[in-house]
Design a protein around this ligand. Sequence first.
Ligand code: ZN
Length: 120
Amino acid sequence: MKPNEEKLIRRIEKVKMRLHEITDMRPGKLSQQYNVCGSPTCKCKANPPQKHGPYYQISFTRKGKSSSRFVKKEDLELVRRQLRDYVRLRALVDEWIDLGGELAELRLEAERETRSRSSA
Ligand SMILES: [Zn+2]
């Protein structure tokens, strides 16, 4: 094995080990919103208005379909971690694709060299 090939394999193994740490995760963006209610005497109609909230929501698109769901305040920390882990997953997969592509080219070249040597 060439040194470059070994180096790439080691880096891919590191990516795989980091991928292994990821379990629950979710795609999406967290946003917060403030609402007004239907009561005409509520503080949300005062001047200045004190709107209700914040309410937290994650929105995401999966298989071409957009969805959103509300997140309870007490679940925020967990959901934030899940969103971060999704970003990590995508970054790691991207890294693997880059490294894997380099390795694929190296091995293709090595194959060609072997073939040209055996036919010479
Ligand atoms: Zn209100």
